[in-house]
Write a protein that binds this ligand. Structure first.
Ligand code: NAP
Length: 284
């Protein structure tokens, strides 16, 4: 079997167009455009690319973009004071602080300072808790995007065995909660998991969020499995690859996401969907 490709670029475009249409009808109805503040501290080159893309796409869908760029030396107290001001600003519906932050800033403190109603990354304990309790409000963008891609397959998820590799707060854990909410039977694997290949072979759905190039081998993939590759890794030759050995896995899977062009573009699309949702929530 050769897998069908889950084209994240195309699905992200559809989501973005849906958001743009809803923003336009909001504005035509006399309501304020959703506003997204993206806060960047320091000059991490990868973060600068992400932030630039987020701001550009925000404006492209008719939302207002608020840019707050600070040097790496910014004191934690000043960053928290900026978040307080954004929390109080009614034109700002979503706040995103780009991670990673410089070492002297506690990211948990920063995430918890954001008003949960404006936490469009979905990282605040309130939003994570809502997801755990099966009534999500603002959902972590990357797992949310993965769920949108899974919906594209048209395959019912209920009863499927989903194997998630990775248990980070931004990928693995919320992904497992999303899949559980979709009534999958979920196994979460991490670096202490025994017989990882044996467990992955049981997966009807496999989600890899490890951060190691081509780590998941083709012969770990069960025939007909759906494979979602969250990993973004650069090889020594400078090529962008996922966590899954794509060429080999494609021969066994029924559906698979490519890297690049799979999960990556979905993350920004779901960020915009969350910002629209935050604006709608603020409407009351
Ligand atoms: P992370 O915080 O480093 O977490 C990696 C996870 O993989 C950890 O839970 C770790 O287990 C597990 N792991 C490491 N080695 C393993 C092994 N040998 N066997 C089994 N599990 C192992 O990384 P992350 O932030 O979740 O990101 C994961 C990947 O996704 C990265 O490539 C990142 O660039 C990518 N990513 C992509 C997007 C996107 O938009 N597409 C968004 C976010 C992240 P322990 O917990 O035991 O250490």
């Amino acid at each position: 079997m050769s897998a069908r490709i889950l084209d994240g670029k195309a699905v992200a475009l559809t989501v973005t167009q849906e958001v743009a249409a809803k923003v336009a009808s909001r504005v035509a109805g006399g309501r304020a455009p959703p506003g997204l503040a993206v806060v960047q501290v320091g000059e991490n080159p990868a973060s600068q690319v992400y932030v630039r893309n987020k701001r550009r796409t925000t404006e492209a869908v008719g939302m207002r973009s608020f840019a707050h760029d600070f040097p790496a030396s910014l004191a934690e107290a000043e960053l928290l004071a900026t978040i307080d001001r954004l929390n109080a600003n009614p034109d700002v519906h979503g706040i995103l602080v780009q991670l990673p932050l410089p070492k002297h800033v506690d990211p948990q403190k920063v995430v918890e300072r954001i008003d949960p109603a404006k936490d469009v990354d979905g990282f605040h304990p309130y939003n994570v808790g809502r997801l755990v309790l099966k009534s999500p409000t603002l959902r972590p963008c990357t797992p949310y995007g993965c769920m949108r891609l899974l919906a594209e397959t048209g395959e019912p998820l209920a009863g499927k065995h989903a194997v998630v590799i990775g248990q980070s707060n931004i990928v693995g854990r919320p992904m497992a909660m999303e899949l559980l909410m979709a009534r999958c039977t979920v196994t979460i694997c991490h670096s202490a998991t025994r017989d990882l290949p044996g467990i992955v072979r049981q997966g009807d759905v496999v989600v890899a969020g490890v951060g190691r190039a081509n780590f998941v081998q083709g012969d770990w993939i069960r025939d007909g499995a759906i494979v979602i590759d969250v990993g973004i890794n650069r090889t020594d030759e400078g090529k962008l690859v996922g966590d899954v050995d794509f060429a080999a896995a494609k021969e066994r899977a029924s559906w698979i996401t490519p890297v690049p062009g799979g999960v990556g573009p979905m993350t920004i699309a779901m960020l915009l969907a969350n910002t629209l949702r935050a604006a709608e929530l603020a409407d009351g």
